[in-house]
Design a protein around this ligand. Structure first.
Ligand SMILES: Cc1cc2nc3c(=O)[nH]c(=O)nc-3n(C[C@H](O)[C@H](O)[C@H](O)COP(=O)(O)OP(=O)(O)OC[C@H]3O[C@@H](n4cnc5c(N)ncnc54)[C@H](O)[C@@H]3O)c2cc1C
Length: 477
């Protein structure tokens, strides 16, 4: 079979494009190197829906950020993904910071994003725990927070329900073109398609080169984070940024849609596209920064740390467009921040671009933009909880005791595609709480092994090579 379009990379960009194309009466596939969607930058980022005042006026970043931010509420409503329009504050501590705020306000005005300069006292009225040392702040009401991996998972689920074929464990290693059809070597399979969309994140430079399209270099820039417990008293309602300096945007402090607090990221240019290690120095920098904004942050309330890798674009802007040298090949590359915020708008733009290249725009009458989320037992009313248990006794078995995740939700996440411990964690939240899987991981593994008819020892944490068990201790002795 020849696909009308093949999308390489199932991050938020590839998945949202797949969803958009799934509304058309065409054959589409989504090709992912790893064993799950949202395995790259879309798994590990700040989850901020930026308002759009920061991007250089006239850039792709400015255009798609502003549009994407405006589309996020409807998109997340349709996909059943947590989103909150909480607002953001860029805080200033001195005159130089205040000049930076004025520049951001000018950019916001040029990008059509309403912002407001507040005094320190006005900022503390909105967010009472902010430091007394804050002299001024830029307030953007339209900013928000979203769960980045849920958005990716939901978009791909919606696309698959509408007929898109997802190929996991299918790293693209070669691309050739014969008689107007691309032959894509992807893992153990060969895939044929008339059009390729390159949404391979950090590796989009390699995919573009493979297809004989534009040559550019994508470099990784690491960002380290600390996640704080939901019960930490030091909280903010808004996303808090530090006024940008010559060294960059700095570290942010934000609530997550799950009520944790998130601090980060650092910004470190590195060479290794696989290096997601955190470091004592990086984490210390994160902690020291956010304590400046909210002095009452309790360092003992940190529950986990992680790092994500930005796909640094050589042009400092998104690289989006049809190739000039390879026919029917579209790059959606170098999608660094605010790529998550821009994703809904980028997806629509790419669909229109593909149609201009000759893709049929005939609608698929059976396609839907709606996707039902997994019902969260912990959030249900007592009455509803009783109904859920009556309909399925697996709701009566709490597996993750920090987040009150039931066996029924874990089984549902496996039915929807989770194949690893992390696959369950990102779909059903088991293992996201205070003990971070210390208690429930063996139980989640049990359920995965049973539901997938696998041996317990075959269950992986997060893809190839991440085995949890390597043997029995007595055998090892
Ligand atoms: C630290 C950090 C903080 C950020 N914070 C924000 C924020 O707050 N707000 C915001 O708007 N944006 C933010 N971003 C940016 C946002 O995360 C990205 O723009 C977005 O996730 C990019 O999505 P993507 O689909 O292009 O890339 P990815 O999510 O990286 O997806 C690319 C996919 O391609 C796959 N792939 C690669 N090579 C191949 C191959 N050869 N064959 C098949 N598949 C392949 C990868 O496995 C991966 O799954 C942040 C990014 C980082 C790293």
């Amino acid at each position: 079979m020849i696909y009308d379009a093949a999308i390489i990379g199932a991050g938020v960009i590839g998945s949202m494009i797949a969803r958009e194309l799934s509304m058309l009466d065409i054959r589409v596939c989504l090709i992912e190197a790893k064993d799950d969607v949202a395995s790259g930058a879309s798994r590990a980022n700040s989850g901020i829906v930026h308002a759009g005042y920061d991007a250089k006026p006239g850039s792709f970043k400015a255009k798609f950020n502003v549009l994407g931010c405006a589309m996020m509420k409807q998109t997340t409503d349709e996909l059943g993904v947590p989103f909150e329009n909480c607002g953001s504050l860029v805080v200033a501590f001195n005159k130089q910071d205040e000049l930076a705020l004025a520049e951001l306000k000018r950019r916001g005005d040029a990008n059509g994003v309403p912002t407001q300069i507040l005094t320190g006292a006005q900022a503390r009225e909105i967010d009472p725990m902010l430091s007394e040392k804050i002299t001024s702040a830029l307030y953007a009401k339209s900013a928000g927070i979203v769960c980045p991996f849920s958005l990716t998972i939901a978009a791909s689920e919606n696309a698959i329900a509408n007929g898109v074929k997802l190929y996991l464990n299918s790293e693209v290693t070669d691309i050739a073109r014969k008689d107007g059809v691309y032959e894509i070597a992807a893992g153990e399979r060969d895939i044929s398609a008339r059009i390729i969309v390159n949404a391979a994140g950090l590796y989009s430079d390699e995919i573009s080169k493979m297809a004989g399209a534009e040559q550019f270099i994508i470099k990784p820039r690491k960002g380290e984070y600390i996640v704080f417990d939901k019960e930490m008293k030091a909280r903010t309602n808004n996303v808090i940024f530090r006024a940008p300096t010559k060294l960059g945007k700095g570290v942010l402090l934000a609530p997550t849609v799950y009520r944790n607090m998130l601090a980060g990221p650092t910004a470190q240019n590195i060479e290794d596209k696989q290096d997601k290690a955190t470091s004592p120095d990086g984490l210390k920098k994160v902690l020291n920064s956010v304590i400046e904004y909210v002095p009452s942050i309790e360092r003992g309330k940190a529950i986990t740390v992680f790092a994500g890798l930005r796909a640094k674009s050589p042009t400092h802007d998104f690289i989006i467009g049809a190739s000039q040298s390879a026919d029917n090949f579209v790059n959606v590359a170098g999608i660094e921040s605010p790529g998550l915020s821009s994703a809904p708008a980028i997806a629509q733009h790419v669909k229109d671009l593909l149609v201009s290249l000759g893709l049929s725009d005939k609608k698929d009458p059976s396609a839907t933009r709606k996707r039902e989320p997994i019902e969260v037992f912990a959030n249900a009313t007592l009455e509803r909880k009783k109904q859920m248990i009556a309909s399925d006794k697996n709701y009566a078995n709490i597996v993750c005791r920090c987040e009150y995740v039931t066996e029924a939700e874990i089984i549902e996440s496996i039915r929807r595609g989770a194949r690893t411990v992390d696959g369950v964690k990102f779909r059903a939240a088991a293992g996201t709480g205070r003990c971070h899987g210390g208690f429930c991981m063996p139980r989640v593994m049990d359920i995965l092994a049973r539901e997938l008819s696998k041996d317990y020892s075959e269950i992986q944490k997060s893809g190839k090579g991440s085995r949890v068990l390597t043997g029995k201790t007595k055998e090892a002795l």
